[in-house]
Design a protein around this ligand. Structure first.
Ligand SMILES: [Zn+2]
Length: 183
């Protein structure tokens, strides 16, 4: 995420330093910079050393990325929407070993799909819940988890135009991981 300023420049986007986050509408004072900072701090009521909490980190990363595609590379949309799809639609128990496997799968998929681009929903139409909402519910771990789940769901639904597309990739990935397990 430290390169988000460079990425915005590359994407021809001017980052605004004041007011609400220009991408997700979070209730910030310093704009997207504050939004990214809140996200990077990771909602500290959650103890990420516990494996059962990792899922909330994955969902947060996916939700934040898909709300801010202008400060990410274009293939990140595929990756993060796919992961949310696998988590929400197929209830896949995600873990840190699966992410690089999904990246590898997507890298192979990309070869024949060089021109495939997921057009993001309009700004401010990427789910109502934002980083500042999660932060204001992070006094207790259970409230924070609940909020992160809702955040992920809202963002996932807002990208509904591509659920069919990612479902095809998801099925291929699940087949592949099954065959890896059998070996
Ligand atoms: Zn934001």
């Amino acid at each position: 995420m430290q390169n988000y300023i460079d990425l915005a420049r590359k994407n021809g986007i001017t980052l605004l330093d004041t007011g609400r986050c220009q991408f997700c509408g979070a209730n910030t004072i310093k704009g997207v910079h504050e939004c990214v900072e809140i996200f990077n701090l990771g909602f500290q009521s959650l103890d990420y050393s516990k494996a059962e909490n990792h899922i909330y980190r994955f969902i947060s990363v996916d939700a934040h990325t898909l709300q801010h595609p202008e400060i990410h590379g274009r293939w990140n949309n595929h990756f993060h929407l796919l992961r949310l799809h696998l988590i929400f639609r197929y209830h896949m128990a995600w873990n840190y070993e699966l992410s690089p496997k999904l990246s590898d799968y997507l890298n192979a998929y990309k070869i024949d799909k060089q021109h495939e681009f997921l057009t993001p929903p309009a700004i401010s139409k990427r789910g109502h819940i934002t980083t500042t909402d999660v932060l204001s519910h992070s006094e207790s771990a259970s409230a924070c988890k609940e909020m992160i789940k809702k955040w992920g769901q809202e963002v996932y639904q807002s990208w509904g135009n591509y659920h069919i597309l990612v479902d095809e990739i998801a099925k291929g990935f699940m087949e592949k991981t099954k065959s890896i397990k059998k070996k």
